[in-house]
Design a protein around this ligand. Structure first.
Ligand code: HEM
Length: 438
């Protein structure tokens, strides 16, 4: 706009003269620009045109997500390629960040520095034997508090009870007893406050959780300052390991709290239910299914599984006592839980990733940069070659395989494979599955 135009416009605005005229000129310019933009959008070549939409034929297809297309890979050899693709081409974290807006909502370092995931993968898994008694104890009390023995049948809504049990068990191991005490309803903390501790309600929740966690972190920090990281009676829990590894800003109460909340999100909402990485996508009709809740429901539907599992549990405990090793000997129980995840978990896709570069499958299908890609679970879990009579729920399917010579250590709940994708597979396979399996 020239200075004369500008002067004229200012004059018009101040006097009100010719204002409508200017307004209509601006509207025309806006309308023309919009038309050009729309034309570009409509006539721009679609980079995904070569990938058929769901309902067509093809082992790689796309389904509409709420804001983008989601590409699904369904053939076994392509799923194998999918899991082998390096992170700098297919990024799980890129997908999580662009879907859940973690960097925007929780600050950039939560995604750029995933040291808490490493802690689950190494320290937590290495210490499962040490924490086993605390975990068992907590589950015991949580069940007693939530499902009280009665003389007669009592109706219970299983899902909220399981969320509570899993949240308490997880947080006993995440932050230890003093902090965990604030979660306990019997201490007077309201149910609502309790929920805020483990639900993801962003800055307000972070602030509330930090208020509870702050004194615990401070007390531990004082001991570290006085005695170093190996101070006497140091709790064996995730908060201790986070405090050992955190550097710089990550040591702040707020940032440590965010890590704990983030792990709660990963643990609680998957163990009590299954949170598919693409659970956001209404277009995919992703179904949340309660992992252990669905196991309980299945047990109620097929109670003939109860006596053999009970017999096995009682026998193993009589021989071994309640130990982590004893758990590994309960093959029927393990098999039932694994079959439940194979058969009942209808999270249609596993392990979503965002392509950071164009990527070409060996059959020549090009996946353009910026696409979301997932592996389809159904073809893997219902493949007749791997699972004879795959449509049938066979609670002891895996126990029967493990009973064969040389197969004892295979087909366990925590084993992932291209045929079993409930915990994902490959380098990003769920690191919390060993803990969840306990
Ligand atoms: C039955 C319970 C659970 C199920 C079904 C489950 C399932 C999954 C799945 C499907 C993934 C994505 C894997 C991939 O991208 O390939 C995942 C990732 C993850 N899970 Fe779990 N999970 C469960 C319990 C837990 C628990 C208890 C924890 C924490 C103690 C946990 C921590 C994580 C973390 C940190 C990741 C991200 C791993 C990475 O990106 O490298 N999960 N989980």
């Amino acid at each position: 706009m020239s200075s004369t135009d500008f002067d004229r416009l200012s004059q018009s605005l101040s006097t009100g003269v010719h204002f409508n005229e200017h307004l209509s000129t601006c509207s025309w310019i806006g309308f023309t620009l919009l038309t050009i933009l729309l034309a570009f959008r409509i006539f721009k070549p679609d980079p995904l045109a070569h990938i058929p939409a769901v309902g067509g034929t093809g082992s790689i297809y796309r389904v509409p997500d709420k804001d983008r297309w989601h590409i699904i890979v369904s053939r076994a050899d392509q799923i194998k390629e999918f899991f082998k693709t390096p992170d700098d081409i297919l990024s799980v974290n890129g997908y999580i960040d662009t879907t859940f807006f973690i960097s925007y909502l929780m600050g950039p370092t939560l995604m750029s520095n995933l040291y808490h995931v490493g802690i689950v993968r190494s320290q937590l898994n290495r210490n499962l034997g040490t924490i086993f008694n605390d975990l068992r104890n907590e589950i015991h009390i949580a069940f007693d508090d939530n499902i009280r023995p009665t003389d007669d049948w009592t109706a219970i809504h299983a899902y909220p009870k399981m969320v509570e049990v899993v949240a308490r068990a997880s947080n006993r191991i995440f932050v230890g007893l003093p902090m965990y005490a604030c979660y306990r309803p019997r201490t007077g903390i309201s149910q609502n406050q309790y929920r805020l501790c483990f639900e993801y309600k962003l800055s307000k929740s972070v602030a509330i959780a930090a208020k509870h966690l702050g004194p615990v972190i401070k007390e531990r920090q004082d001991k570290i300052d006085a005695y170093g990281h190996d101070y006497p009676e140091k709790p064996v829990d995730i908060l201790s390991w986070l405090m050992e590894e955190a550097v710089g800003e990550e040591r702040s109460i707020e940032n440590l709290t965010k890590r704990i909340l983030s792990l709660n999100f990963a643990a609680v909402h998957t163990t009590s239910m299954v949170l598919c990485p693409s659970s956001h996508s209404e277009g995919l009709l992703i179904i949340y299914l309660q992992t252990f809740t669905s196991a309980l429901y299945h047990l109620a539907a097929e109670p003939h599984y109860i006596p053999p599992m009970r017999e096995e549990i009682e026998r193993v405990i009589a021989e071994e006592g309640w130990t982590k090793t004893a758990m590994t000997k309960m093959r029927k129980l393990d098999s039932f839980l694994k079959e439940n995840l194979r058969h009942n978990v209808i999270h249609f896709v596993s392990s979503a990733g965002l392509t950071l570069k164009d990527f070409t499958f060996s059959d020549g299908t090009v996946i353009p940069k910026g696409s979301v890609v997932s592996a389809a679970v159904h073809p893997a879990h219902y493949n007749e070659e791997n699972y004879p009579d795959s449509e049938k729920f066979d609670g002891f399917r895996y126990a029967k395989i493990r009973a064969q010579d040389g197969y004892n250590n295979t087909n366990q709940l925590v084993n992932t494979s291209l045929d079993y994708l409930s915990f994902g597979h490959g380098k990003h396979a769920c690191p919390g599955r060993f803990f969840a399996g306990k």
